[in-house]
Design a protein around this ligand. Structure first.
Ligand code: BEZ
Length: 236
């Protein structure tokens, strides 16, 4: 740690903050992985996913970050959110920074835009500038507030090339739980509880969830080896 309390991250270092699948599926070309949080945002399953956890005709739902003042202006059934959005910061190895930056500069990923924000590590150091993907409200795939039960049912039935939408949700809940004793997110936990309850009822024959019967979606299982393959790292 530097004398001013900041992490020893040189101005030329390049860090990415993951708050979704990047937590458990790291990007390529990183050499440091640090758990911690950012502030000023709220994590919500309000981004439609046509190419990872859904299809163009039946999009799934993945997380995005909403700027907190904007979120506060909306009617959200989940009406509280932690001040800290927990996730993981990754430092990209110096020799790959140019490659990663060029890639990030020329394309936005699945409706996500690029923001930069300060990251606080769980050991109290600060990385002043980490890149974060945000699905802003003006992108076509931003859904806005969702009824939690309908959202859980939607996640339960959705599937895309990266796998079942509910596996993404439950993996996120688990990955968050593993970051720190205080890194849980009630929005994620409530949706996970609802999905587990739907699963239980479905298993016991108590419930028929409409939309469950859809054509099988081929899953892509491949190792991420280069920036070109990165695309949310979900296809790994
Ligand atoms: C993530 O933090 O995992 C992530 C969020 C949006 C797009 C890509 C990755």
């Amino acid at each position: 740690m530097a004398a001013n309390g900041e992490a020893e991250s040189g101005a030329d270092e390049f860090w990415i903050f993951g708050y979704g699948s990047l937590i458990w599926k790291p990007p390529p070309h990183y050499d440091r992985r640090v758990p911690g949080w950012v502030t000023g945002y709220v994590r919500r399953f309000w981004q439609a996913s046509q190419d990872h956890r859904g299809t163009p005709s039946e999009p799934g739902r993945v997380v995005t970050l909403i700027e907190r003042p904007f979120w506060a202006s909306l009617a959200d059934a989940h009406d509280t959110a932690p001040d800290k959005v927990w996730g993981t910061a990754y430092r990209i190895v110096p020799e790959k920074v140019r490659e990663v930056k060029e890639y990030l500069d020329i394309r936005e990923i699945n409706g996500y835009s690029i923001h930069y924000t300060a990251f606080h590590s769980s050991s109290s150091s600060i990385i002043p500038r980490t890149l974060v993907y945000i699905g802003t409200p003006d992108n076509d795939q931003f859904t806005g507030p969702q009824d939690p039960q309908q959202l859980a049912e939607h996640i339960y039935v959705s599937e895309g090339p990266s796998g079942l939408n509910r596996d993404y949700l439950l993996s996120l809940e688990k990955a968050l739980d593993e970051l720190s004793p205080e890194s849980g997110d009630a929005h994620v936990t409530d949706l996970s509880d609802r999905v587990r309850e739907i699963e239980r009822k479905q298993r016991e024959g108590d419930l028929l969830v409409e939309g469950f019967e859809h054509d099988p979606v081929a899953h892509e299982f491949r190792k991420v080896t280069s920036v070109d393959e990165q695309e949310e790292t979900e296809k790994e």
